[in-house]
Design a protein around this ligand. Sequence first.
Ligand code: GDP
Length: 537
Amino acid sequence: MSSDQPASASHVLEEASRRRTFAVISHPDAGKSTLTEALALHAQAITSAGAVHGKGGRKGVTSDWMELEKERGISVTSAALQFGHRDHVMNLVDTPGHADFSEDTYRVLSAVDCAIMLVDAAKGLEEQTRKLFSVCRHRGVPVITFINKWDRRGREALELLDDIENVLGITPVPVVWPVGNAGNLRGLVEASNTEQMRRFTRVPGGTHKAVEEKLTAAEATAAEGEVWETALEELELVLSSGPGWDPEAFRAGKISPVFFGAALTNIGVGLLLDAVVDLAPAPGPRPLAVAEATRPVESDFSGLVFKIQANMDPAHRDRIAFVRVCSGVFERGMNVTRAASGRSFATKYAHTVFGAERTVVDTSYPGDVVGLINATALRVGDTLYAGKKAEFPPLPAFAPEHFAVARPKDISRSKQFRKGISQLDEEGVVQVLVSDRRGDQAPVLAAVGPMQFDVVLHRMEHEFSSPITLDHLPYNIARVTDAEGAAVLNRARLVTGETLTRRSDDVLLALFGDKWQMNSFVRSNPDVKLETLIATA
Ligand code: GDP
C-alpha cells in the first residue's frame, strides 16, 4: 500500500484530463501494427520503454506482441501501450487484428474514449472496418479517420470521403488534406492553416522515415505548382460543402475528422497524435447500471474488467484481468470490491502489460489500463470499486452465428477438457452452451466469427493439453428465450432446433437453422419470447 496521502479530487481530475485512451480499428493489413509502432516511436514511450528500445536495440514496440501472435498463428489478445505526448498520457488499447469479428473487439471498445479508424487508401472501407465502425457507433465512441498508405497508388481523396459519408453515414471533416494524389504524396496541408505546406521527402537509402519541412504558400506554389493548387481547391470544396469542425458533433458521432498520411514513412502521424490530444475526449463520468446515474472521474476508485487472458506469456502460467480505470486512483496493493459478488480482495500483483513486457504499476488514474494477475474470481464485464459502491451496466453479448459441439479427443483427459472449456468461457473466447440433450460432456460452443473456433482448438491442445474435436451444427440464429419459451421449444421438437442454457449466466438461448425455420416457429407460437442479441453486421 502506498504511504502517500489519498489523492485529492482536483489531482485526479487533473490527471484524468491529461489522459487519452483510444484504440485503432481497421481491416487486417490496413497498417494497424505499423501505425501503432509509428505513434509510439513518434511519442515518448513511458511504461513500454523496454518494448520500444528492446534489449536487442531498436526493437519495434509491437514485436513482442506479434511474436506471441505468430506463435499462436493468430492475434488472440489485447493489451494497452502507454506513452507520453505533449504532456499527455496516451493509452493505446490494442484490438485483435484477425479478420473475424469477435466479441473481444467489442469489449476493447468499451474501454476506450475514442477510436482511430484506419483506412487503406487503395481499398477504401473494407468489411471489418465497417463492422468495427458500427460497434463504435453503438457504443457512442467518437471516431477519427486516418487514410493510410497515401504514398502508394490508391483512390481519389474526394471519392474516399464520399464513401465514408454514404456507407458509414458519418460526415467526414478534413483536418488535413494531401498534397498530391495517392502514390504521389508531396506533403500535407492543414485545414486550419492553408498558408503553409508540410512537405515530406524520403531520405534516399537509410531509414524509412520521411523528412518534414514547412513551406509558405508562395514556396509551395513555386515548388509544387498545380499539385499544391489542386490540393487547396479540393480542400476548399470539401470544407465549403460540409458542416465544418464542431467538437459536439464529433463527440456525438455525427462527424469524423479526417487525416491523410503514410504510417510506414511516418507522414501525418504527428498531426494524428496531436489530434488525439486536441480532439479526443479525456476520461469522463461513466454511466452506472442505475438509470441516469454516473460515476464522476474524481470519485473513489472504480474500474471495468474488459478483457481476461490466460497464459499470455508462456513463461508465466497466469491469468490477467485487464481493468480500465474509470474513476479515482488505483494503487497497487489496495483492496477493491467486485461489484457482482460484493467480495473484496487485495490487488497484490498489478502490472501494465504490453506484449510480454510487464511493468509494475504503483498508481494509475482514470483512462489507464491495469493488468491484475491471478485475480481468478474476475469475469469480463465486472465492475471493481473501492469506497462508494459502483456498478457499470453489463457488456452486451453479440448474437453468435456459428455453433459446434466440442468433445475431448482423449476421454481420459476430461478433467483438462472441462478446465480448458471453462477457462475459455470465462475469457469470453467463445460462449459455452449446455443443452439437456447433449449434457455438459459435449458443450456447444457458440461464436460470432468462425475463427474463434481455431483459437479454441489451438489453445485446448497447447495450453490445456486436451485436444478436441469440433462438430459443426447447422444453426445460424440464436434468440434469448425464457423458461416458458424453453418448454414450448422442447415440446415443438423441431427437427433442427433445440433449447440451450447458456452456462455462465443461465440465459436460455433458442437456436434455429435459418430465419425461415424461425419465422415458421414464430407463426405457430406467437407468444414465445424470442429476443435478438446484438447483430454485428
Ligand atoms: P495490420 O494487419 O493492419 O497490422 O497491418 P500492418 O501494419 O502489418 O501492415 C500491412 C502491410 O502494409 C505491411 O506490409 C506494411 O509495411 C504495409 N504498410 C503499412 N502502412 C503503410 C504505408 O503507410 N504505406 C505503405 N506503402 N505500406 C504500408
